[in-house]
Ligand binder design. Structure first.
Ligand code: NAI
Length: 456
């Protein structure tokens, strides 16, 4: 009998498994593939590794601007793919070692909820029952398809296959300009591919501040990416050697189509129908304070959870919340108000808390302040001035949200994470001194303006 059996070894599941050692729980982690999940094996980690290759390439291409001579830069796609695989392998191995060190029983097979625990079907078809006091479901998500764009593993693919392309596609259409679509557009544009990015809504990365979307669009266009927003594509014509993507009265011909229109929860065939777990359009309903489903003893975390962000770091936090509750009965609820979102394009786009529009919609009287990177010394030194900082605060009240576009935005957003989570007043946050010269000074400047006393 295990204290907890976890189904799914991605960020939500493995975080829960690792965290359980704090309470001396006996843990089984059931995984049908390797541990690591989408994030580590075919998502965040490999994508960011490719983005790093693109960044190094563009840095070398632009070396002369910095007074450095380097000629004939080119990407050795296979070497880059191998590096991506090495990065992933290293992390998977490290995670395996950590799970062993924490005495987590990693069980290879497909987990299904069963009376009193979880049934695990192994590759040879045999079934083993794991008895459990508690179960955490962390089965994650998979790429969504759209009509007319069935995945064929070759011409029409999801990010999963695109991360393993063995050569750089010359011409690519990307459907959907969310985080995945924009990151691929950025890296393929930098790598020299002809990229067509299609977004149904009226801006890239819908949900982020329009100013940030505009800045990102401008930078993507500089890379040669054809950004088309407010456009719906008609079904693709897939030929053996090319694909035609029609839209309106026009069309583009490409070698590959990457569909990145969101991710669907993986909740089929895991025995949910045998329980009282409520499933809403495939997502699992939970109590957000505990991560408990409607079935006592069964928790759910990560991408399958209804209404919470599909982000690895949200999954980690939900895993911790679930384990804390099942071990102690105490609450460690995730603070969803202050989960940073980072889009690792070049430049990066990072946000936390409410956008101006979301804050107004929530009924706040709102003030906004922004500051471009153009006058920021460190951004000029880095040769990356196409960004901005925008801070949203309540009138005479705390900081509600913030957005940063620029070099290292994904790192420097975290100071604003604290401001939002701790409900800092602009004047309180502005009282601290940022090092000079840093990109973060743009945040300091924006805070000063928000506090009513601008400097530059
Ligand atoms: P997404 O939900 O972020 O974006 C999908 C985009 O596709 C939306 O902008 C949507 O309007 C658009 N779209 C939907 N149907 C369309 C159609 N028929 N034609 C044109 N556009 C269409 O989903 P995405 O990018 O696939 O990512 C999946 C999940 O993974 C998201 O929750 C995302 O936040 C997460 N993720 C996060 C990353 C990060 O934090 N850096 C990186 C990659 C993924």
């Amino acid at each position: 009998m295990f204290d907890v059996v976890i189904i799914g070894g991605g960020p939500g599941g493995y975080a829960a498994a690792l965290y359980a050692h704090n309470f001396n729980l006996s843990v089984a982690l059931v995984e049908k593939d390797r541990v690591g999940g989408t994030c580590l094996l075919r998502g965040c980690i490999p994508a960011k590794t490719w983005l790093k290759t693109a960044e190094v390439f563009t840095t070398v291409q632009k070396a002369a601007e910095y007074g450095v001579q380097a000629s004939n830069a080119s990407i050795d796609w296979n070497a880059a793919l191998e590096r991506k695989n090495r990065v992933v392998e290293g992390l998977v191995k490290g995670l395996g070692g950590l799970l062993r060190a924490r005495k987590v029983d990693v069980i290879d097979g497909f987990g299904r909820l069963a009376a009193g625990g979880v049934d695990v079907t192994s590759g040879d078809g045999s079934v083993r029952r794991l008895e459990a006091r508690n179960v955490i479901i962390a089965t994650g998500s998979q790429p969504r398809a759209i009509p007319g764009y069935g995945f064929d593993g070759n011409r029409v693919v999801s990010s999963r296959e695109a991360l393993d392309w063995t050569e750089r596609p010359q011409r690519v259409a990307i459907i959907g300009a969310g985080a995945i679509g924009c990151e691929f557009a950025s890296l393929l544009g930098d790598a020299g591919s002809e990229v067509h990015l299609f977004e149904m809504l009226d801006q890239v990365v819908p949900g982020v501040e329009p100013e940030a979307a505009k800045a990102l669009t401008r930078e993507l266009k500089k890379k040669g990416v054809n950004v088309r927003t407010g456009v719906t594509v008609a079904p693709a014509e897939v030929h053996p050697d090319r694909v035609i993507v029609p839209f309106g009265d026009d069309s583009v011909e490409v070698d590959k189509v990457l569909v990145a229109v969101g991710r669907a929860p993986v909740t089929e065939d895991i025995g949910l129908e045998t329980t009282n777990v409520t499933v809403e359009r495939g997502f699992v309903h939970v109590d957000r304070a505990t991560m408990l489903t409607d079935e006592p003893g069964i928790y759910a975390v990560g991408d399958i959870v209804a209404g919470t962000p599909q982000l690895a770091h949200a999954g980690f936090a939900e895993g911790i919340a679930a384990v804390t509750h099942l071990a102690t009965g105490e609450l460690a609820p995730v603070d969803y108000r202050a989960i940073p979102l980072v889009v690792y394009t070049h430049p990066e786009v990072a946000s936390v808390g409410l956008t101006e529009a979301a804050a107004r919609e929530a009924g706040y009287g709102v003030e906004v302040h922004d500051h471009g990177m153009r006058g920021v010394g460190r951004a000029i030194i880095q040769g990356e001035v196409g960004g901005l900082v925008k801070i949203v605060n309540q009138v005479d009240g705390p900081i509600l949200g913030a957005t940063v576009v620029g070099p290292g935005a994904g790192e420097i957003i975290h100071e604003l994470m604290y401001s939002v989570a701790w409900e800092a007043l602009p004047a309180e946050a502005a009282a601290f001194i940022h090092a000079h010269p840093t990109v973060s000074e743009a945040i300091g400047e924006t805070l000063l303006t928000a506090a009513g006393r601008s400097l530059h």
